[in-house]
Write a protein that binds this ligand. Structure first.
Ligand SMILES: [Zn+2]
Length: 348
């Protein structure tokens, strides 16, 4: 038995009653009352450290008890259980476990969920958005002085464009040639190349000069960049880097939110190793289709290595992670080009 006050929900009058539970029924008795209420119809109070306990009845009445400790002892004795959430909140072990579980889920989502979701988002994104993003990136590179007007003669640019278009056509069914557009810029990035979403490939003047006598190698570089365009790697990396902003943009169908995040994301963007492998695969395909040994790419890495010894006059800018030569080629990539050449030689 527990002493409590009963309010009927219509008047402010408190009635002194005593409570007891029999089976699944709460009996409220005293001051002219004798109520029987199913236990399940009572909104029982949460257990807190102190304070008045208040239980609400289905019909609008309520029970008050000033002595919280007495209420809790009675509730325990009667076998009333706290709601699951309250019991969990009051257990620090469960609280810690919940925190750890949340962390694991968050890290897991970031590590595996975001790449998967990013691919799905890009698949849903219309190709026109790629071109818009590419335009934003181009503007950002210009605004930050990373690219400047080229010093390469227009005739030489055209020779490279024609050579690449011809080589590229040999790897593609007809009608697929308009995938990429070459643009030449002077740049503090040194000898480099960079594919923008939408199909613009930036080639730096230093890259043209580095490979002036080796058109075959330059074709391999351009094919690598075309591989990034074809795989929409720029879009996928961007979506991963700017995940939340992009998600919001897709969810509300307003891509300006996504475009706004592009310049900030640009500095942190880098292609994954898998994207680089895919792009190298495109390079190997194009070289083979044109009767060129993929091993010629070793020349590129050797020359880049030699050029890297001489830092550019303007001092070193933060390298663009998505640009071709911004991180040194590793052994794995070199071996792959050499092995691709070996396989071809044996196949003859
Ligand atoms: Zn690349």
């Amino acid at each position: 038995m527990l002493d409590a006050e009963y309010f009927d929900g219509h008047s402010a009058r408190a009635r002194r009653v005593s409570l007891h539970i029999a089976g699944h029924t709460l009996h409220i008795v005293g001051d002219g009352l004798d109520l029987a209420v199913p236990v399940a119809d009572v909104d029982w109070p949460e257990r807190r450290s102190s304070g008045v306990r208040m239980a609400h009845l289905a019909g609008g009445g309520s029970l008050h008890c000033q002595d919280g400790a007495a209420w809790d002892a009675w509730a325990r004795a009667e076998g009333l259980r706290d709601p699951v959430v309250v019991r969990m909140q009051q257990s620090w072990r469960l609280a810690v476990a919940a925190g750890v579980a949340l962390l694991v889920v968050t890290v897991g989502l970031y590590r595996w969920g975001v790449p998967v979701a990013s691919r799905a988002i890009v698949a849903l994104t219309p190709p026109e958005v790629d071109a818009a993003v590419g335009g934003v990136v181009l503007d950002a590179l210009r605004d930050h002085g990373i690219i400047e007007p080229t010093a390469i003669e227009y005739e030489q640019q055209e020779e490279i464009r024609v050579a690449f278009a011809r080589a590229f056509a040999r790897t593609r069914p007809s009608g697929d040639q308009a995938l990429v557009a070459l643009r030449f810029y002077d740049s503090e990035l040194g000898a480099n190349a960079l594919a923008l979403p939408g199909g613009t490939i930036i080639v730096t003047d230093d890259m043209v000069r580095l490979l002036a006598d080796r058109e075959d190698v330059l074709l391999g570089v351009l094919a690598h960049e075309a591989g990034h365009v074809r795989g929409r790697h720029g879009m996928k990396s961007l979506v991963q880097t700017a995940f939340i902003g992009t998600l919001a943009g897709v969810a509300i169908g307003d891509y300006s939110v996504m475009l706004a995040t592009v310049p900030a994301a640009l500095g942190q963007m880098a292609y994954s190793r898998q994207f680089e492998r895919d792009a190298d695969g495109e390079s190997i395909r194009l070289l083979r289709a044109n009767g060129i040994s993929p091993a010629v790419m070793v020349t590129l890495f050797e020359r880049l290595q030699a050029a890297r010894g001489r830092p550019p006059a303007g001092g070193l800018r933060a390298p663009l992670g998505i640009a071709f030569a911004s991180h040194p080629a590793d052994e794995e990539r070199l071996r792959r080009f050499e092995q691709a050449a070996g396989v071809r030689a044996r196949a003859r």
